[in-house]
Design a protein around this ligand. Structure first.
Ligand code: FES
Ligand SMILES: [Fe+2]
Length: 417
């Protein structure tokens, strides 16, 4: 075992090579504990990837903004006067103070609280007190730094890499399958941040496999076939796929698509969809498996299926005919992760009349609580000095392997095989 206190670049390279020779094995403690690894993840993976930031309804009118915490960075998402959505780095171009403190609101400008520099909603520097006495002062070069923005079907994604490829071409593959829910005109019924005291990869890895579903999620497991191996659930899934188009009225809703991690069309532009089946008697993800909200978007019926989506390396959706649930995992620190869960319903559904918020969130609020528990136990276990990683299950945990392959190949910023 290599000494834990060695956090050099050489160690990072050695650990990656070692792990690449152990393809199909869980990651060792080092990757969950090293500050150098964490820094490399932010720089070379997360700040170069497409990440879900907000829903269009959260920035409904000009001046509406909200903050996104992305590792060490704070990002301001804002709708400018011309209706364009901008993503601005919340660090003043003078000496770096956070320009915006409130989590959300409506502004005409952003004024840095430290020395009062004033920024427009598109990030450009409008005024900098008494700086004109510097002959080299060029306000046009001192706007807040910006991230690339992609708005797809009402979902706002951002990417901090100035060289990133656009996300829209990759997302086009979901035009029909995600379009069925008309998220652009949907509303957020509820959203919640679950802060887990664990490394972000433990949260993501947990989401990427359903090996734990049968043992950790009793309620989820009695409804969703994903808790079984594909061969076992095939009859239920095939029957659902045979009827999904006629029942939902959406041509192509069962179309599978898989371009994630190393198979993504561009770096950090993962896109996938599969429609999987619910067991007989269940038509949505609720306590009794019965509808909890009006049908969404273009959906015309309950086919006993749910759309499982990935958009970027850390953002996912599980969409039932009557509601959609979005998951996003972002690190707040080496050992702290924000699991964001967003519940969507049809835009015209009214709480209290058409749906009950408590009934709507019952399954995934409880399931997320169960995940928080098992992830924190996982974190305690991998921090043990005596922990030795074991083999992954080839089918249930194949997505973890795909993530690990991408992760290890790109962690240093110099891609390897
Ligand atoms: S740090 Fe913002 S004005 Fe000085
Ligand atoms: Fe889980």
């Amino acid at each position: 075992m290599l000494p834990l206190h060695d956090d050099s670049v050489e160690r990072l390279t050695r650990e990656i090579q070692l792990q690449q020779r152990h393809h199909g094995s869980a990651l060792p403690s080092y990757f969950y504990q090293s500050p150098k690894v964490y820094r490399s993840e932010l720089e070379n993976l997360l700040l170069r990837s497409w990440i879900y930031a907000a829903h269009i309804s959260e920035l409904a009118t000009a001046g509406d903004y909200q903050l996104l915490e992305l590792g060490a960075d704070s990002i301001i998402l804002v709708r400018a006067a011309n209706d364009q959505i901008h993503a601005l780095v919340n660090s003043c171009r003078h000496r770096g103070a956070r320009v915006c403190e409130a989590q959300q609101g409506n502004r005409k400008t952003f004024v840095c609280p430290y020395h009062g520099w004033v920024y427009d909603l598109d990030g450009s520097l409008r005024a900098a007190r008494d700086m004109s006495m510097r002959p080299d002062f060029d306000a046009s070069q001192l706007g807040l730094k910006t991230l690339s923005v992609c708005v797809f079907q009402g979902l706002i994604f951002v990417n901090a890499d100035p060289e990133c490829e656009p996300f829209a071409p990759a997302l086009e593959a979901l035009e029909t399958t995600l379009g069925a829910y008309d998220l652009e005109n949907a509303q957020i019924a509820h959203q919640q941040t679950y802060t887990v005291e664990a490394n972000w990869k433990l949260c993501l890895e947990n989401y990427l496999e359903c090996y734990h579903c049968a043992t950790s999620h009793r309620d989820y497991a009695r409804m969703h076939t994903l808790k079984d191996l594909p061969a076992a659930s095939k009859p239920v899934v095939d029957a659902m796929l045979a009827r999904c188009e006629s029942v939902t009225g959406v041509a192509g809703i069962g179309k599978e698509h898989y371009q994630v991690y190393n198979d993504a069309s561009a770096f950090g532009a993962c896109v996938s969809h599969q429609r999987y089946g619910l067991y007989e008697g269940y038509v949505t993800g609720s306590e009794d498996g019965q509808p909890v909200a009006p049908l969404m978007g273009h959906m015309r019926g309950y086919d006993g299926g749910a759309g499982d989506f990935q958009m970027g390396p850390v953002s996912f959706m599980l969409n039932y005919p009557d509601h959609c649930v979005l998951y996003r995992f972002l690190p707040l620190a080496l050992d702290r992760t924000a699991m964001q869960v967003v519940w969507f319903v049809a835009g015209d559904a009214r709480e209290g009349t058409d749906y009950s918020r408590d009934k709507l969130i019952w399954l995934w609020h409880n399931t997320t609580g169960e995940d928080e528990y098992i992830i924190s136990r996982n974190s305690a276990g991998v921090h043990s000095l005596l922990f030795e990683p074991g083999p992954l299950q080839p089918e249930f945990e194949s997505m973890l392997m795909a993530f690990h392959d991408w992760y290890l190949a790109n962690l240093t910023g110099n891609p390897t095989e």
